[in-house]
Ligand binder design. Structure first.
Ligand code: PEP
Length: 242
């Protein structure tokens, strides 16, 4: 039985005060969450400590949005994996398309970050996905397979989540057809050595499409950007009926 993981990616949104306000609105809905699913909040570094204290003992798992590959060193602006585990972080997003596009993330640095995350006991969420242009010229599979092959070289697949995030669907409202997301995720699974790795879909998941998406047999959860910022919409998403 594969684990279902619903993760919110807050990106560069919410001060600490706003994060605490979110929790006040969101926590009451957690009582309803079925125990077959893990709920994760991937928040800015600055909100991690206070959220970790507030979430202690709750069902919500805390995630970061990036991690460096060294355990310490002269890397101004970076955060190391042991710094995250020390404050109770369990998950980390690695290789999000925004990091690949704006911050020079490559499959090689993704691979290093995955190794460092796992070595510290974090569960990395590896993001893969194609651009609209790559899809239009029939390169979806080859792009994703190459991201997987290079990103996962030497990686232990027992402590891993993969997120299929077609870039053209992120933040656009242009969701991938659920049957197509299911097809691509099936292809991703066939590339993995461990068939039990949870594979999420990400890209404009909202309260009104989450049920259909997560009813697809290959899709084991969602990585949710915009709709994870409001307590009510994220509550509806984590309480999807599958
Ligand atoms: C994301 O940031 O990973 C994402 C999927 O964003 P959105 O849900 O807003 O499309």
């Amino acid at each position: 039985m594969r684990k279902i993981v619903i993760a919110g990616n807050w990106k560069m949104y919410k001060t600490q005060a706003e994060a605490m306000e979110f929790l006040q609105g969101f926590m009451p809905h957690l009582n309803d969450v079925a125990d077959d699913r893990e709920v994760v909040l991937c928040v800015p570094f600055t909100a991690l400590v206070s959220l970790s204290q507030s979430l202690h003992g709750s069902l919500i798992r805390l995630g970061a949005q990036n991690v460096h590959w060294e355990t310490s060193g002269a890397y101004t602006g970076e955060v190391a994996a042991p710094m995250l585990t020390e404050i109770g972080v369990r998950y980390v997003i690695v290789g999000h398309s925004e990091r690949r596009q704006y911050f020079g993330e490559t499959d090689e640095t993704v691979n290093l970050r995955l190794k460092a995350a796992q070595a510290a006991g974090l569960t990395p969420i590896l993001c893969v996905g194609e651009t609209k242009q790559q899809r239009d010229i029939g390169e979806t599979e080859s792009v994703i397979f190459s991201q997987l092959e290079n990103g996962l070289t030497g990686i232990d697949q027992t402590n891993l989540v993969v997120a299929y995030e077609p870039i053209w669907a992120i933040g656009t409202g242009d969701t991938c057809e659920s049957s197509e997301a299911n097809r691509v995720i099936g292809l991703i699974r066939a590339q993995l050595t461990n068939p039990d790795v949870p594979i999420q879909y990400g890209g404009s998941v909202k309260p009104d499409n989450v049920d259909e998406i997560l009813q697809q047999p290959e899709i084991d959860g969602a990585l949710v950007g915009g709709a994870s910022l409001q307590p009510d919409s994220f509550a509806r998403i984590v309480n999807f009926s599958g």
